[in-house]
Design a protein around this ligand. Structure first.
Ligand code: ADP
Length: 506
């Protein structure tokens, strides 16, 4: 790649391509090469985007369009995303280091069907529900209305840049809101491209605005902006707390999808071959950089040694390599900062007395000398109070913890500040369902992992978040509920004004 092929991406504000002096450099995580630049915004650009969103909302062109029209436009965008999949995959890979297989199948591949799902929900959404006619205290009729909030903000992370932004802006758009999206500063390209595609497909200008920029400036301004009525956020628990605090200044509602330390609880009656593959898929997919990754493997004493032996043998076959090669299983981690952080956690695991059963460092070979590479790493002999068992590492690091009784296994699974996801492995469905009942997590996948399906809700217990995304009620958080009451008595004397005005009828 030469400097002449570096593409530039301006911000999208009010339907215009807007540049700024501040540039974000988009570098390929596998070798550090400069791939693109993007204009970066701060508080001023967020203010302009909110203003554009506000006036597009007021115009009514989108906010008062029929649900059918909105659904048609969103379906047209979904079709275009499908047609331009390869191009979008390349934009995603060059910024976040996903492999072509993962980005095509999941990171970008899910965007079109998920958008189509939101469009379908929009078309059949109950914007008005008549309530039963009331006769007490007087004859009247209430209608429950669901109205768009106005301007909604979305703050997205770098691991699934387009998809996780879309889980916020798509339900917001589906019910008529205007939106401002703040992508992560490392990965703004696919969201910016989405904006262009959406306008080509008939989304009115100003309804969808994108301002990439530093979190503490652009993100913080969006979260605290008085004219933004709702924030959808995915990211770390620490920043989620900060977003919640900033949003509290103007009492805006928040949906937060935060960190995780998900357990894979293997029961004594598990199918070991299936569980070995499932646990590796659950932990190592996208180098472990997924909030719901199964990073704590809980194994019963009775099968521990055999399981670990097969696990290590299977994990040794994971091929690291060029992210654009269809044969590659695992790519790099996203940035130098993450690389250092993950190596720090690996060092802390060793210091606290865990045993490295596989990996534990940077892979050897010329192609791994540049970029941010980490070997698939398995620690055994981990105690649940070690840092590698308690804190979110966001890297290809699996912590194996032994347990004695099943009760102890369940206690360990729940002994975490997080509660995003979990998996239970057993060849007896009723046994697995019984255990699933006792797990405190927003998703329990039995004999599977990463089962993100747009038709079911996703989100966390405890410090993994607030609210849910996806599922049949995905549009509700982007609406206000209004009760409109119509008095039908037609009689002044039927109204209970006399509790205040005793001679009202005199
Ligand atoms: P990660 O740990 O996965 O990098 P972060 O929680 O740091 O995730 O970031 C998620 C998103 O939150 C990014 O878009 C980032 O720019 C944004 N962000 C970071 N700091 C703040 C902040 N103080 N206020 C609002 N948004 C922020």
């Amino acid at each position: 790649m030469t400097a002449t092929t570096v593409r530039h991406f301006p911000m999208l504000v009010g339907g215009e391509a807007v540049d700024s002096e501040q540039l974000l450099e988009i570098r390929d995580p596998q070798n550090g090469e400069l791939m693109a630049t993007a204009a970066a915004g701060g508080a001023k650009e967020i203010d302009a985007a909110v203003e554009a969103a506000k006036s597009s909302f007021a115009s009514g062109e989108w906010s008062r369009a029929t649900p059918t029209h909105r659904a048609q436009v969103l379906h047209a965008v979904a079709d275009k995303l499908g047609e331009r999949l390869d191009e979008l995959v390349e934009l995603e890979i060059m910024a976040n280091g996903a492999t072509i297989r993962q980005a095509t199948g999941f990171h970008v591949g899910y965007a079109a069907p998920h958008l189509a799902f939101f469009a379908d929900l929009a078309a059949k959404y109950e914007f008005e529900t008549p309530m039963p006619r009331a006769t007490f205290p007087v004859l009247g009729q209430s209608t429950l209305r669901r109205e768009p909030i106005g301007v909604c903000g979305a703050i997205a992370p770098w691991n699934f840049p387009l998809l996780l932004a879309l889980w916020k802006f798509a339900p917001a758009l589906a019910v008529g809101n205007s939106v401002v999206v703040k992508p992560d500063e490392k990965t703004p390209l696919t969201t910016l491209e989405f904006g262009r595609i959406a306008e080509e497909c008939g989304l009115p200008k100003g309804v969808f605005n994108v301002v990439p920029g530093p979190g503490p400036e652009a993100g913080a301004r969006l979260a605290s902006h008085p004219d933004v009525g709702k924030i959808g956020f995915t990211g770390s628990t620490d920043i989620g707390r900060e977003v919640m605090r900033l949003a509290s200044g103007t009492v805006k509602s928040v949906t937060l999808e935060l960190g995780g330390k998900s357990p894979a609880l293997v029961l004594e009656d598990a199918d070991i071959d299936l569980a070995v593959d499932g646990v590796l898929y659950g932990c190592m997919l996208y180098s472990g950089q997924i909030c719901e990754s199964m990073t704590r493997l809980l194994l019963p004493d009775s099968i521990h040694d055999e399981f670990v032996e097969r696990l290590v043998a299977r994990a040794s076959t994971i091929q690291l390599g060029d992210t654009r090669d269809w044969e590659t299983d695992m790519g790099p981690v996203v940035s130098a900062k993450q690389h250092e952080r993950i190596l720090g956690y690996i060092a802390s695991g060793k210091e606290e007395g865990a045993t490295v059963a596989l990996g534990g460092g940077v892979p050897k070979g010329e192609q791994f000398e540049r970029g941010h590479w980490i070997e698939p790493t398995i620690f055994t002999g981990v105690r649940n109070d070690m840092r590698i068992a308690r804190e979110e590492i966001f890297g290809p690091v699996l912590s194996v913890i032994r347990y004695g009784s099943e009760r102890e296994g369940i206690e360990l699974a729940n002994d975490t500040p997080y509660g995003l996801a979990s998996s239970v492995w057993s060849s007896d469905n009723s046994h697995a369902l019984e255990v699933a009942d006792k797990i405190q997590a927003g998703s329990v996948w039995i004999n599977d992992a990463h089962q993100i399906n747009c038709e079911v809700p996703f989100g966390g217990y405890k410090q993994s978040g607030v609210g849910r995304e996806l599922g049949p009620h995905a549009l509700d958080p982007y609406t206000e509920v209004k009760n409109v009451h119509l008095d039908l008595s037609g009689r002044r004397d039927a109204r209970p004004y006399d509790v205040l005005l005793s001679h009202a009828d005199d």
